[in-house]
Design a protein around this ligand. Structure first.
Ligand code: AMP
Length: 507
């Protein structure tokens, strides 16, 4: 039998990425990186000599070269420059962002400019290279995971990033669904599980019913702007405030000082998961106007960290509560709560979940590795011709619809609609001899389109000329198994397909 080309599973994370594959024996293995680590920092940089650095090499020089070091870029994928997300990122990152021609985000790194897709492509390429070297075979195909809360455009952007480096993203699957696969494949389960995924940049929660090899997502939700970085920022703000009150100096305007504070803030947060108290000392952080060196000398306790961040955990639990309502389940009907994402190692996160569900979360999967493992299991199953294929039944995370008069949102697919899915809509011409019909499509859960994400402006052309109101256009909305929308239109009277063009500008 001819050996099949391997398809690897890739968890393209906000902070760290990880890849896995299934061996011929059927065992799933994480792909090790240098030094035996299984994760690669999702960081891209260009050093002073113009060399591109990715992963640990990029992280190592981060403090010295913060302006040319891109991290957390996943939070910006598929976002317009003029958006709240970009505004809030600008306050915390040292790298430069500016608007491109279509209001997309352009990053200036080491005298070159990069799109977010190119940054994703660089990271994917590094992961692919590590995997190709390790498996001693070129890797051309992968299953890549995305936050369940990613919209159509963000998903499309990951597929396009793959195209840039000739890596076929055979399937995009949702991170919580992948984690459920890591937990449940091959165990013959019949359970309802909640996947609580608090990673570096995003929060996702999904309720998934597992019936042996069928994984059916009942409801999903999340916040693209809630993750470990926000916990770090809570520490950073506290430190800045304390320092300013003692010295009158605002360190926020000093990128090198900020980078040192940021690094120690994350380390402090992680240490406080294992200890009750840790010092927070940074020598020579800045100087007084008289040239006197100043240090940061503070102490953090677990209690202080919990106080500074309790609103973030509250926010995640509010989303969990809403998702339970969407799934029509009570906390008691949930069989297992699985933790995914590094930030769930914080003890208070686990305590709050225990109180919320009335039982402690399961330790059944490794929070950093489950997503890549699940992606690899699914990749393997795609190559399986027998009836052992895994069946994934997923949903769209936010409603998809169009703009009505007055800027109102008309829902075509409600949030949590199962995918794949198709809906049809009949439109009528409103002018005599109208030959074109344009429609703006949005994704989001607000009543007003302005608050949702614009997916694109679709134009259907070649409409039969006639009096207004006399011609109908039948528009079909198709959402693929990956949550990606395509549209087509036809004349129901003649059956003729119309030409569809999409213009995507970043809202
Ligand atoms: P992920 O995107 O899943 O790799 O999650 C990374 C996030 O988890 C980062 O914000 C880390 O700072 C955070 N993290 C990792 N380990 C711990 C820990 N022991 N306690 C608290 N947060 C952690």
């Amino acid at each position: 039998m001819q050996k099949k080309e391997p398809i690897i599973g890739i968890d393209l994370g906000t902070t760290n990425s990880c890849a896995a594959y299934v061996e011929d024996s059927g065992n799933v293995k994480l792909i090790p990186y240098k030094g035996g680590d299984y994760t690669i920092p999702s960081i891209f940089a260009i050093d002073d000599k113009g060399n591109e650095l990715i992963g640990y090499e990029a992280k190592r020089q981060w403090q010295l070269n913060p302006r040319n070091t891109i991290y957390g870029a996943k939070r910006l994928v598929g976002r317009g420059f003029k958006s709240d997300i970009v505004d809030s990122m600008k306050k915390v990152v040292a790298y430069q962002m500016r608007p491109g021609k279509k209001n997309e985000v352009v990053l200036d790194v080491g005298k070159k400019e990069f799109s977010l897709q190119e940054i994703s492509a660089k990271l994917l390429n590094k992961i692919r290279d590590v995997a190709s070297n390790y498996l001693k075979t070129p890797i051309k195909r992968a299953v890549v995971t995305v936050p369940a809360y990613f919209n159509d455009r963000q998903r499309q952007s990951v597929k396009d990033a793959g195209k840039l480096i000739d890596l076929e993203v055979v399937r995009i699957i949702n991170e919580p669904t992948a984690a459920a696969l890591a937990y449940g494949v091959g165990k013959g389960l019949n359970e309802k599980v909640v996947i609580y995924d608090l990673g570096g940049g995003t929060f996702d929660v999904s309720i998934i019913e597992i019936r042996d090899r069928v994984f059916e997502v009942k409801a999903t939700g999340g916040d693209i702007f809630l993750g470990g970085i926000d916990f770090d920022n809570a520490i950073i703000h506290h430190v800045l405030k304390d320092f300013a009150s003692k010295t009158g100096i605002d360190l926020a305007t000093d990128p090198v000082a900020m980078q040192r504070i940021k690094d120690l803030a994350e380390r402090t947060k992680i240490d406080l998961s294992a200890r009750e108290e840790v010092p927070f000392n940074i020598p020579f952080i800045t100087m007084t106007a008289q040239g006197q060196p100043l240090n940061i000398e503070m102490k953090f306790t677990r209690k202080i960290l919990e106080m500074l961040t309790s609103h973030l955990i509250d926010k995640s639990l509010q989303i969990v509560a809403r998702v339970l309502v969407d799934a029509g389940l009570s906390t008691k009907e949930v069989d297992e709560v699985m933790l995914v994402g590094g930030q769930t190692r914080m003890p208070i996160v686990q305590d709050r979940l225990t109180k919320f569900f009335g039982k402690p979360p399961s330790k059944g999967v490794h929070p950093d590795e489950a997503v890549a493992i699940g992606a690899a299991l699914y990749a393997h199953s795609l190559q399986d011709d027998t009836n052992l294929r895994i069946q994934l039944l997923d949903v769209i995370p936010m409603a998809i619809g169009l703009e009505k008069a007055g800027g109102m949102f008309h829902t075509v697919f409600p949030r949590n609609a199962p995918i794949p899915n198709a809906k049809q809509l009949l439109a009528t011409t409103s002018m005599d001899n109208q030959t074109e019909l344009a429609m703006r499509i949005y994704q989001g859960d607000h009543e007003m389109v302005a608050q949702n994400d614009l997916l694109g402006e679709f134009t259907f052309s070649g409409i039969r000329a006639d009096k207004r109101g006399m011609v109908q256009v039948e528009i079909t909305f198709d959402v693929s198994v990956e949550g990606i929308l395509t549209m087509r239109a036809r004349d129901p009277a003649t059956g003729r397909e119309m030409r569809t063009t999409v213009r995507v500008t970043q809202s």
